[in-house]
Design a protein around this ligand. Structure first.
Ligand SMILES: [Zn+2]
Length: 72
């Protein structure tokens, strides 16, 4: 069995995990939080989806980067 490390994106406004790319604006992806409606553009990253266990999702929440502090 092998494990794969991935990054999870959370909304910093409401801590939701329901973040998606809702549209493209001139080559930039528009991140959109489905929970609170916050949007923001990104230029050089995109998102992919896969299924993870609740335990792994909690690990992602516990290790998330905070303002002024890098990811654990
Ligand atoms: Zn949000």
């Amino acid at each position: 069995m092998s494990a794969n490390f991935v990054s999870v994106i959370f909304c910093r406004n409401c801590y939701s995990r329901y973040v998606e790319i809702s549209e493209w604006e001139g080559g930039r992806a528009v991140l959109h939080c489905r929970t609170c409606g916050t949007t923001e553009e990104i230029a050089h990253f995109t998102l992919g989806r896969c299924r993870v266990t609740n335990t792994e999702l909690q690990n992602a929440r516990d290790s998330q980067a905070k303002r002024g502090k890098a990811e654990k």
